[in-house]
Design a protein around this ligand. Structure first.
Ligand code: PMP
Length: 349
């Protein structure tokens, strides 16, 4: 059933929440009304860009820091160190400001200037490093680990291997999706950066009904599509989408109950980002475009009326100089953008 457009702004219950931490999660599940009507299947998107730090990574940051505090790994006045594409760093810095921790954030230099600038604005000690492969010791992941090892009273958040990340999605995002849909959900689709969101949500949904179909939508350049199909971590192609795609198996992704892997080209994901802006009024980033694209393609394989849920990971503001800048789009081969839904038909794999 397609919901009528909301008649009121009321979302009960009204609550007072405790600070930044209390404001994380319980995000709206937005029906993409136009898309749903066009494909005759309901596509619902979890509005993670409405978290107080502006992305899905607020949840992981809170999960990791709560876990470290409970385990006595982080004392007041301590330092949190992390290597990140940006959003986890933004989330950790804001949470650190609230709870009294300093943050050292290591970011590769191929991430958007908006995210790097924002990190500095909100008070992170930002270390920008060259974007080099994981096998290089100068990769942001290894640099962060070394900084944490040599800093007194420091916690390395280690979002890739620290399964407090996946657990927080299992306990929050996944449960919220189940409750918000009243269990009426046929499939869940998401890309993976650390894999925490996809693995955690999939586990929560499967625990409640194991026929919920869980789907990875991988960007090009990532290894997970081939890993799930052939057991090989062999990337193909490349992607300019930030925060998603990974060439190795992380603890957060390993063993995730995933039924199917699909992959999609950047140009189709970016076309979806613009389509969502113009047709749904949703201003989101590239990974959200890929997720909605994957959700729509998955929905079209299901019977009419099926419900597919995905994630709107962060807002478009973080990518204004790239995804919403014609020169950048042209320079990177993403122009012209398709302006109808023809991009729902896969051009890639
Ligand atoms: N989209 C964006 C923009 C992100 O920053 C991230 C996190 N790296 C993701 C999606 C993927 O989330 P996860 O790490 O939970 O797989």
């Amino acid at each position: 059933m397609i919901l009528a457009r909301m008649q009121s702004f009321d979302r009960t219950p009204k609550q007072i929440v405790g600070g930044f931490s209390g404001a994380v999660g319980n995000t709206p599940l937005i029906e993409l009304s136009r898309l749903s009507a066009l494909i005759k299947r309901r596509v619902l998107a979890k509005a993670e860009f409405l978290n107080p730090g502006g992305s899905v990574k607020d949840r992981a940051a809170k999960g990791i820091v709560d876990d470290a505090e409970a385990g006595g790994l982080l004392q007041r006045g301590g330092t949190i160190v992390e290597g990140t594409a940006g959003n986890t760093g933004i989330a950790l810095t804001l949470l650190g400001n609230e709870r009294g921790y300093r943050c050292i954030i290591v970011v590769p230099d191929d991430q958007s200037q908006e995210k790097i600038g924002l990190l500095a604005t909100i008070g992170a000690d930002v270390r920008v490093v060259p974007a080099v492969p994981f096998t290089d010791g100068q990769n942001y992941y290894h640099v962060a680990r070394r900084i944490a090892e040599s800093t007194p009273n420091a916690l390395w958040a280690n979002q890739f291997e620290n399964v407090a990340n996946r657990r927080c999605h299992e306990r929050s995002t996944g449960v919220e999706i189940w409750e918000q849909t009243g269990g009426e959900i046929d499939a869940f689709v998401a890309a993976a950066g650390t894999g925490g969101t996809l693995a955690g949500v999939s586990a929560a949904l499967k625990a409640r009904r194991d026929t919920v179909r869980t789907v990875l939508c991988d960007p090009m350049g990532s290894s997970l599509y081939n890993y799930l199909h052939r057991g090989e971590l062999s990337p193909e192609g490349e992607s300019d989408l930030e925060g998603i795609g990974i060439k190795r198996l992380t603890a957060n992704f390993a063993g995730a109950p995933i039924d199917k892997a699909i992959r999609a080209e950047d140009n189709d994901a970016i076309a979806m980002v613009h389509w969502l802006l113009r047709n749904e009024g949703l201003f989101v980033g590239g990974s959200s475009g890929l997720n909605v694209l994957g959700a729509a393609r998955t929905a079209r394989e299901l019977p009419e009326g099926a419900t597919v849920v995905t994630i709107l990971c962060d807002g478009g503001d973080r990518y204004r100089s790239r995804l919403f800048n014609e020169s950048w789009l042209r320079e990177n081969g993403h122009w012209p953008l398709s302006d109808d839904l023809s991009f729902l038909d896969p051009t890639g794999s």
